[in-house]
Design a protein around this ligand. Structure first.
Ligand code: ZN
Length: 120
């Protein structure tokens, strides 16, 4: 199995990552990550056994959500004409909270919110 080393991991551990130090758990995590990637549709993000199924009982409703980070980038580019003049430049959005002393929501917070919206 190919072991892919993400750039941030390479930064942390150096170019000479000790492949012998990779444990069985690491290999299983890598395998799980690969399976998840392989089974997630690159076009729509749904599991491929759903979005590519020929089962006539499966349909799709279209909904939308807003990425406020991308919206901030779009607004920044619109308000700063000429800043987007090179293909080498990448813009990214860094989240913050407006109220001092508060933190960004955690994944747990998100999961609880999702669970509550399903219950309602
Ligand atoms: Zn799909």
């Amino acid at each position: 199995m190919d072991i892919l080393i993400p750039p941030h991991t390479r930064e942390r551990y150096g170019d000479e990552l000790d492949l012998d130090a990779i444990t069985e758990s690491d290999r299983k995590l890598k395998m799980a990550w690969q399976i998840l990637n392989d089974e997630t549709c690159k076009q729509c993000g749904n599991p491929i056994w759903i979005c590519r199924s020929t089962n006539n009982n499966i349909g799709f409703n279209v909904d939308s959500t807003t990425c406020y980070a991308q919206e901030a980038i779009d607004t920044y580019k619109k308000n700063n004409p000429g800043v987007d003049s090179g293909t080498a430049k990448t813009f990214f959005a860094k989240p913050f909270t407006y109220v001092d002393g508060t933190t960004l929501p955690s994944r747990q917070d998100y999961m609880e919110l999702q669970a509550r919206s399903v219950e309602e």
